[in-house]
Design a protein around this ligand. Sequence first.
Ligand SMILES: [Zn+2]
Length: 498
Amino acid sequence: MAYSFADEYARNLAEQIRHTARDREYVRWALEARKQYVDLRLRQDPEIRKVYLEAARRAGELLRARNRWPSDAVLRTRLRHLQTELEEVAKAFNDEYTAKLKVHITKAVEAGTGYSRAIMVSLAKQANWEVGPVVRLFAQVNQQAVEACWARTKNGLFLSDRIWQQGQQVRDAMKEIIQTGVATGMDAKDLARALEGYVSNGAQTLARQYPNMMKRLKGRIPANLTYEGLRLARTEVTAAFGEGAISAARVSPSYKGMRWILSSAHPLPDVCNDLAERDDFGLGPGVYAPGNEPMYPAHPNCLCVLVPVHETPEEFVQRLRRWQANPATEPGLEGWYRSVYAGQRKEVTPISLRFPASLGARIDPDQIKARYKPEQVLEVIRASSWESSRALKAEYADHRGDWVKELGRALELKEFEDLQEALLGDSRAAVYYYVHRQAGEELAVYIDRIHWSGKVLRNVGLVYNIAKDARVGFWKITKGQSYFRAQSDFVEIKPLEG
Ligand SMILES: [Zn+2]
């Protein structure tokens, strides 16, 4: 039953997103961004839980290393040692939790900005503007949104402080259990097992298995150690999605307002019902004018959704025409073009990549890696286009059918381009350098699997030629990574991420 409820919710939500996005392609992009976010949320809990289990395993190992408890006096010194070691466990927990959340926040921001970014790239193409500045603009928005997430304080504490508190809680709970266990005469192995059981199944299970210890521990350890850590991570990742959605929308000239879509997973009416219903700006229920977006999420574990409302492509193009004829008639667009778009254009003197290799010469991989950061390399490829529209069409003609197995149809030209952007925007993609036997130095961006248009496409690769400063290939790399690895002077600039 619970499943069909979730199903109904998803259908209802998709319906609401459709209603908000209106244009067929916009709907696809909005659903894509949503899916990216949902996938992340589904992965997140088990990943955070694993960080806790890892801490328990480490502490358990410390105990097992002391198989037999020595005499009382020695035991006390040993327990003191154990305490310093538990600090280490807490430190490792802190590092791992932070690393996980860094990845989650970055991905959530990307999912949040993805929809407005896709719209803006498409509009720039229609306006015959260079896409490079738009891509750079959104890269900057992503970076700033991630920074904002880490800079936000709650009750005067930074996110890093709140993570640290979780580590302290882990340490304290373990210390309590170990001390109590020793006092009640448990041996090291049992104690290790109790500790791991507590972290993975909560205090209740522990109470059944070790009633004596639990009687003494009563109230001194949280019933569920992972609860707060999970809640913290969920809330921050939701906030990161919102931060991305709002900041990306705000730099988009077609942005009209932010729609708050209620999660029907809300069992009782709460503040979210109000947020989804009010019409303070005459933009429709739950839609907030730019600059007036509400705080999101409204409460921990909130599953409501933010979807930016943009002009339809037709509306935007009409406005664009008016602006092109007379900029003064469209002050909003004129202002955006001059301050936001042109700023991105000026600021960047596009670097051209130079590597110390010539055709057939052996090069030092480290030298390549030391030269540019992977992000810089990607930036150049993102800003590049095909040598000519003929070159693009030729590649399209050859490879439009490459993913027919996954999609059930060939790609349209626009989709062929869209998929390239999706690949270049996916932070898991690998970046390679190699020297092609005929074409010379090339860079490739490659991913094993990518979620696109509601399907999973496999082995997507794009090839950029350094001398031409242009994209020269885009196809399904059936051999996968090994295709690139077999090229001469292969260098992995950035590895493929899970
Ligand atoms: Zn809510």
